[in-house]
Write a protein that binds this ligand. Sequence first.
Ligand SMILES: [Fe+2]
Length: 156
Amino acid sequence: MSVVKSPLSEADLKTVGNALQGALVDLVDLALVAKQVHWNVVGPRFRSVHLQLDEVVDTARQHSDTVAERASALGVSPDGRSATVASSSAIGKVPEGWIKDEEAVRILVASLGAVITRMRERIEATGDPDPVSEDILITLTGELEKHAWMFQAESV
Ligand SMILES: [Fe+2]
Protein backbone atom coordinates (compact mmCIF):
# COMPACT_ATOMS: atom_id res chain seq x y z
CA MET A 1 0.00 0.00 0.00
CA SER A 2 1.22 3.48 -0.76
CA VAL A 3 -0.50 6.65 0.35
CA VAL A 4 1.62 8.76 -1.96
CA LYS A 5 1.01 8.85 -5.70
CA SER A 6 4.32 8.45 -7.47
CA PRO A 7 5.25 10.47 -10.56
CA LEU A 8 7.26 7.44 -11.77
CA SER A 9 6.18 4.30 -13.59
CA GLU A 10 6.13 1.11 -11.54
CA ALA A 11 9.35 -0.23 -13.11
CA ASP A 12 11.22 3.04 -12.63
CA LEU A 13 9.92 3.33 -9.10
CA LYS A 14 11.34 -0.09 -8.25
CA THR A 15 14.78 0.87 -9.56
CA VAL A 16 14.81 4.23 -7.84
CA GLY A 17 13.27 2.88 -4.62
CA ASN A 18 16.01 0.23 -4.39
CA ALA A 19 18.70 2.84 -4.95
CA LEU A 20 17.31 5.17 -2.27
CA GLN A 21 16.79 2.33 0.20
CA GLY A 22 20.36 1.14 -0.36
CA ALA A 23 21.67 4.66 0.08
CA LEU A 24 19.66 5.00 3.30
CA VAL A 25 21.12 1.89 4.97
CA ASP A 26 24.67 2.73 3.90
CA LEU A 27 24.38 6.26 5.31
CA VAL A 28 22.77 5.14 8.57
CA ASP A 29 25.53 2.57 9.03
CA LEU A 30 28.23 5.06 8.09
CA ALA A 31 26.99 7.39 10.84
CA LEU A 32 27.04 4.50 13.35
CA VAL A 33 30.52 3.36 12.30
CA ALA A 34 31.93 6.89 12.41
CA LYS A 35 30.49 7.40 15.93
CA GLN A 36 31.86 4.04 17.13
CA VAL A 37 35.34 5.00 15.91
CA HIS A 38 34.90 8.57 17.27
CA TRP A 39 34.36 7.13 20.76
CA ASN A 40 37.06 4.46 20.58
CA VAL A 41 39.96 6.12 18.78
CA VAL A 42 43.24 6.35 20.73
CA GLY A 43 46.74 7.50 19.85
CA PRO A 44 48.78 10.61 19.13
CA ARG A 45 46.34 11.81 16.45
CA PHE A 46 43.34 11.32 18.71
CA ARG A 47 42.01 14.84 18.61
CA SER A 48 42.13 15.49 14.87
CA VAL A 49 40.68 12.07 13.97
CA HIS A 50 38.05 12.28 16.74
CA LEU A 51 36.81 15.65 15.45
CA GLN A 52 37.04 14.67 11.78
CA LEU A 53 34.81 11.65 12.45
CA ASP A 54 31.98 13.87 13.64
CA GLU A 55 32.08 15.68 10.31
CA VAL A 56 31.42 12.32 8.63
CA VAL A 57 28.56 11.68 11.08
CA ASP A 58 27.01 15.06 10.18
CA THR A 59 27.20 14.31 6.44
CA ALA A 60 25.80 10.79 6.85
CA ARG A 61 22.94 11.83 9.13
CA GLN A 62 21.91 14.80 7.03
CA HIS A 63 21.84 12.83 3.80
CA SER A 64 20.21 9.73 5.28
CA ASP A 65 17.27 11.98 6.07
CA THR A 66 17.30 13.44 2.56
CA VAL A 67 17.27 10.05 0.79
CA ALA A 68 14.65 8.61 3.15
CA GLU A 69 12.35 11.57 2.55
CA ARG A 70 12.95 11.38 -1.19
CA ALA A 71 11.78 7.75 -1.05
CA SER A 72 8.67 8.81 0.89
CA ALA A 73 7.99 11.58 -1.60
CA LEU A 74 8.00 8.98 -4.39
CA GLY A 75 5.66 6.69 -2.48
CA VAL A 76 8.29 4.17 -1.32
CA SER A 77 8.37 3.42 2.40
CA PRO A 78 11.93 3.92 3.71
CA ASP A 79 13.29 1.21 6.04
CA GLY A 80 15.90 2.46 8.49
CA ARG A 81 15.39 -0.25 11.12
CA SER A 82 18.53 -1.56 12.79
CA ALA A 83 18.03 -5.14 11.56
CA THR A 84 17.63 -3.91 7.99
CA VAL A 85 20.74 -1.75 8.27
CA ALA A 86 22.76 -4.64 9.76
CA SER A 87 21.75 -7.06 7.02
CA SER A 88 22.22 -4.81 3.98
CA SER A 89 24.95 -2.25 4.70
CA ALA A 90 28.00 -2.07 2.41
CA ILE A 91 30.29 -1.45 5.38
CA GLY A 92 32.22 -4.22 7.13
CA LYS A 93 32.06 -4.82 10.87
CA VAL A 94 34.11 -2.50 13.07
CA PRO A 95 36.38 -4.30 15.57
CA GLU A 96 35.38 -4.24 19.22
CA GLY A 97 37.26 -2.06 21.71
CA TRP A 98 39.81 0.75 21.39
CA ILE A 99 41.02 1.60 17.91
CA LYS A 100 44.49 2.99 17.17
CA ASP A 101 44.38 6.26 15.22
CA GLU A 102 46.06 4.67 12.16
CA GLU A 103 43.53 1.85 12.18
CA ALA A 104 40.71 4.39 12.57
CA VAL A 105 41.85 6.13 9.39
CA ARG A 106 42.07 2.76 7.57
CA ILE A 107 38.54 1.85 8.67
CA LEU A 108 37.19 5.15 7.39
CA VAL A 109 39.01 4.87 4.05
CA ALA A 110 37.56 1.37 3.59
CA SER A 111 34.06 2.26 4.79
CA LEU A 112 33.80 5.41 2.69
CA GLY A 113 35.24 3.55 -0.31
CA ALA A 114 32.62 0.80 -0.05
CA VAL A 115 29.78 3.29 0.27
CA ILE A 116 31.05 5.48 -2.57
CA THR A 117 31.31 2.48 -4.94
CA ARG A 118 27.68 1.62 -4.30
CA MET A 119 26.56 5.27 -4.49
CA ARG A 120 28.15 5.61 -7.92
CA GLU A 121 26.24 2.51 -9.06
CA ARG A 122 23.06 4.11 -7.73
CA ILE A 123 23.83 7.34 -9.63
CA GLU A 124 24.10 5.25 -12.81
CA ALA A 125 20.87 3.39 -12.04
CA THR A 126 18.77 6.48 -11.25
CA GLY A 127 20.03 8.87 -13.95
CA ASP A 128 17.52 7.84 -16.54
CA PRO A 129 14.41 6.96 -14.48
CA ASP A 130 14.66 9.84 -12.01
CA PRO A 131 17.20 12.66 -12.38
CA VAL A 132 15.84 14.27 -9.19
CA SER A 133 16.95 11.30 -7.09
CA GLU A 134 20.15 11.10 -9.13
CA ASP A 135 20.89 14.71 -8.21
CA ILE A 136 20.51 13.94 -4.49
CA LEU A 137 22.88 10.97 -4.85
CA ILE A 138 25.43 13.03 -6.80
CA THR A 139 25.47 15.74 -4.14
CA LEU A 140 25.95 13.35 -1.25
CA THR A 141 28.55 11.28 -3.11
CA GLY A 142 30.55 14.46 -3.69
CA GLU A 143 30.61 15.04 0.06
CA LEU A 144 31.54 11.43 0.79
CA GLU A 145 34.38 11.64 -1.72
CA LYS A 146 35.65 14.78 0.01
CA HIS A 147 35.76 12.90 3.33
CA ALA A 148 37.43 9.94 1.59
CA TRP A 149 40.11 12.23 0.17
CA MET A 150 40.89 13.66 3.61
CA PHE A 151 41.25 10.25 5.27
CA GLN A 152 43.38 8.97 2.39
CA ALA A 153 45.61 12.03 2.70
CA GLU A 154 46.23 11.03 6.31
CA SER A 155 47.22 7.47 5.53
CA VAL A 156 50.47 8.11 3.62
FE1 LIG B 1 31.52 13.41 20.49
